[in-house]
Design a protein around this ligand. Structure first.
Ligand code: FE2
Length: 276
């Protein structure tokens, strides 16, 4: 149960940091499962990289099919000029997505835990539905930054209800690529929409409001086990990981079943968190 202060803080700032939310045991289970998924992944067959820079260049069938699957994506700098991986496969993966919560029993159990439903409801999602899950590795050395964006760009509903649940599976620091947010920025406009129409994706500008300045952003360094919840219109980004270690995180994107989910969003399969 969130306190009234926590609910007010979320309404005012657009985000909420909940230290000690996930147990070490729960974290260990999904970390191990992610390791197994990567070990079983055929790196020769699927070489799709993921980067928010030139994002549309990397949208292919593999990416689109991952909307309802469990797929691994490489870091931008994973391959040398000769096409070989620069470092071990396990250290080359950017993320696993985007339906771990539907297609993998270990991740499904983590994602549908009662504690998450309780927080979602306290944040105003009376009928929470999960549309996307990602296991983000934020590898040291070869990974890139994730530029300013708003998650409602990808999960547009009317009204906008998409809420991100960001679970720190390892300590996130300024050096290894923790989240940066613009406090209160969720009250601004939605700047972009990512649409899928007839098999083609587009990223369309909806509002010309510039992204926040460095002075308007705050870093959110957090301990492993922390849950950060943030509003779908909250601008956020993360720097490249400049440390020697990974910075694993798991994310869920939830909307409220009473809002109208756009048929143009690229992900169209959901999981109802509560029994129907
Ligand atoms: Fe995001």
């Amino acid at each position: 149960m969130l306190s009234e202060d926590q609910k007010r803080s979320y309404r005012d700032n657009g985000y909420l940091v909940l230290p000690g939310f996930s147990s070490a045991d729960a974290i260990q289970q999904i970390r191990q499962r992610a390791q197994t998924i990567v070990a079983q992944f055929d790196a020769e067959r699927h070489r799709t990289i993921f980067t928010t820079d030139k994002q549309l260049d990397h949208v292919d069938r593999y990416f689109l099919e991952s909307a309802d699957g469990v797929s691994c994506f490489f870091e931008e700098g994973a391959f040398a000029q000769d096409g070989q991986l620069c470092v071990d496969k396990a250290l080359s993966i950017n993320k696993i997505g985007h339906a771990l919560h539907r297609r993998d029993a270990v991740f499904e159990a983590f994602s549908c835990d009662r504690s998450i439903v309780d927080v979602a409801r306290d944040l105003g999602l009376s009928d929470p539905q999960i549309w996307q899950s990602m296991y983000i590795f934020k590898q040291p050395g070869i990974g890139g930054a994730v530029n300013w964006h708003q998650d409602a760009t990808f999960f547009y509903t009317e009204p906008i209800t998409v809420t991100t649940f960001w679970f720190a599976l390892e300590e996130a620091t300024v050096d290894n690529g923790c989240l940066y947010v613009q406090p209160g920025g969720h009250r601004g406009p939605l700047r972009e929409r990512f649409r899928l129409v007839d098999g083609k994706v587009s990223l369309d500008q909806e509002d010309a409001t510039p992204w926040p300045t460095p002075e308007q952003s705050v870093a959110l360094p957090v301990e492993a086990g922390t849950l950060v919840c943030f509003h779908g219109k909250l601008p956020h980004f993360s720097e490249a990981n400049r440390s020697a270690d990974s910075r694993h995180a798991y994310t869920l994107h939830l909307t409220c079943g009473s809002s109208r989910y756009s048929p143009r969003n690229w992900i169209q399969s959901k999981k109802d968190v509560l029994p129907q």
